[in-house]
Design a protein around this ligand. Structure first.
Ligand code: ITT
Length: 190
């Protein structure tokens, strides 16, 4: 049960390792892949496949990638697929500051996270999606998690993603749901 997770994001890797604890997860570091992957797709799904395909030439076994982001309908669904580079600096603090500024005069603070997993396994592509709904807080709360976690409050909890435990986050998160869908549909058949 060995799978390669094509990500440069250590926080994603940590979460995925926790959910797929009975798998051996290989990382891009393990195969010495340090190149940047240009994600120029038009959707989470396209970008997830781009990441898998970048590694497919270099690695033979099963590979999966996660493309994810925060969608805010009141901001025309931004930051969406541009979540990691929304403010242009690549820094989470700046991305968070930009979201709070853009939402300042808006009443509707509804938002959701999406994760699309692309898995290449035994010669075929499979896609899985997970979503978690909630709202954008008025200021940062908590210092756990990563990315937009300190300003996102899921509807399942009274606290932000940065204030709940990693287990609690994984139990309802977009990533947790997508990874569990992959696990049950592909790796738990007999
Ligand atoms: P890889 O492409 O190497 O996997 P990345 O961070 O660039 O890493 P994405 O292109 O999928 O990944 O961008 C996802 C961004 O969306 C991420 O950088 C965060 O800003 C945000 N994001 C995704 N999942 C999140 C989560 O669980 N909590 C907070 N922010 C999240």
């Amino acid at each position: 049960n060995k799978i390669l997770f094509a990500t440069h994001n250590r926080n994603k890797a940590k979460e995925v390792n926790q959910i797929l604890s009975n798998f051996k997860i290989i990382t891009l570091e393990d195969i010495d892949f340090h190149d940047e992957i240009i994600e120029d797709g038009k959707s989470f799904k396209e970008n997830a496949k781009i990441k898998v395909d970048a590694i497919r030439e270099k690695y033979d076994g099963s590979i999966f990638a996660d493309d994810s982001g925060l969608v805010i309908p009141a901001l025309n669904n931004e930051p969406g697929i541009y979540s990691s580079r929304y403010a242009g600096t690549g820094k989470s603090e700046d991305n968070i500051a930009k979201v709070l500024k853009e939402l300042k005069d808006k009443e509707d603070r509804y938002a959701y996270f999406v994760a699309v997993i692309c898995l290449y396994h035994q010669g075929e592509y499979h896609f899985f999606e997970g979503k978690v709904e909630g709202e954008i807080l008025h200021q940062v709360e908590g210092d756990g998690g990563f990315g937009y976690d300190p300003i996102f409050k899921p509807k399942e909890f009274k606290k932000s993603f940065a204030e709940i435990s990693p287990e609690e986050k994984n139990s309802i998160s977009h990533r947790g749901r997508a990874i569990k869908a992959m696990k049950s549909s592909i790796f738990e058949q007999n």
